[in-house]
Ligand binder design. Structure first.
Ligand code: B1M
Length: 215
């Protein structure tokens, strides 16, 4: 029965129905499903199909926008639930996170930020389309020990490298660990640009961040 709700949720994202997406998210919570299962097994698969349909020309930009709105509205319902399940309260580290300049994809970055936050990290989320200077200024201001760079486009992955280089030039590279992620990003790309680690999803990002701050 609960499995059925997740399928309906995936379809609501694919069909671009934000109201129904929120309604089904609330229904799934009421049925006792874990917020992370709702995200990973309901919402994210829907976004993947929307992306595939866009890629092959069946969907257009408005479809991406309306489905993304549905996911973001659902995340507003789920974030307090994720926080309510927070077990660790001590600060595990300070993270400055953002989607790199030229890239306005927000959902994955925000999910990673939320998961780090509910797992004890102090998160400074700079938003999207963030230039290197803003990352550097925030690291200096907060004394963060971790920087998270999200990129969803093959054309903006290169900005991750530019930001790592800018951190070096600012004399900050040995003070922070850098983690990278986003759909086109890979472990080998992370190694090539001199990042300290790559995570495929939000759960992986938490594990990586913990291992990086542990030294
Ligand atoms: Co765009 N888009 N988009 N888009 N979009 C993709 C990324 C695309 C793959 C779709 C496709 O063609 N199949 C494609 C990129 C192709 C490429 O470069 N290879 C694409 C394109 C082409 C574009 C435009 C250029 C379209 C156009 O204008 N013609 C344009 C670019 C705008 C820009 O940024 N300058 C564009 C615009 C948009 C919208 C604004 C309409 C919208 C975003 C709205 C928003 O965020 N508020 C949008 C959307 C929704 C998508 C898809 C469909 C879904 C992205 C998403 O939210 N996924 C996407 C297709 C896809 O990815 N399958 C697509 C759900 C989210 C939970 O997953 O973001 O992957 P994701 O995050 C994951 C992991 O990647 C990882 O963990 C997250 C959670 O599990 N992760 C990290 C992410 N960041 C991390 C950081 C970490 C660690 C892990 O450490 C720091």
């Amino acid at each position: 029965m609960t499995h059925e709700i997740l399928i309906q949720l995936t379809n609501a994202i694919i069909e671009g129905d934000p109201e129904l997406t929120v309604e089904l998210t609330q229904k799934a919570l009421a049925a006792g499903l874990e917020p992370m299962a709702i995200i990973e097994q309901g919402l994210v698969p829907g976004m993947a199909v929307v992306g595939e349909r866009f890629e092959c020309g069946d969907y257009f930009l408005p479809n991406l926008i309306i489905s993304a709105n549905g996911m973001q509205d659902a995340m507003k319902v789920l974030e307090p639930e994720l926080r309510a399940r927070q077990q660790e309260v001590k600060v595990a580290g300070k993270v400055v996170i953002g989607t790199v300049q030229g890239d306005i994809h927000e959902i994955g970055k925000s999910l990673v930020g939320t998961m780090l936050s509910v797992n004890g990290f102090q998160v400074f989320d700079l938003g999207v389309d963030v230039p290197a200077e803003t990352f550097i200024a925030k690291v200096k201001e907060t004394g963060a020990n971790l920087v998270g760079l999200s990129a969803l486009l093959t054309t903006t992955m290169v900005v991750q490298r530019e930001i790592i280089d800018a951190l070096k030039q600012a004399g900050l590279r040995d003070k922070v660990k850098v983690m990278v992620g986003g759909a086109p990003v890979s472990r080998s790309w992370a190694a090539e640009i001199g990042a300290d680690g790559y995570a495929e999803d939000a759960i992986g990002a938490v594990a990586l961040a913990k291992s990086l701050v542990a030294g």
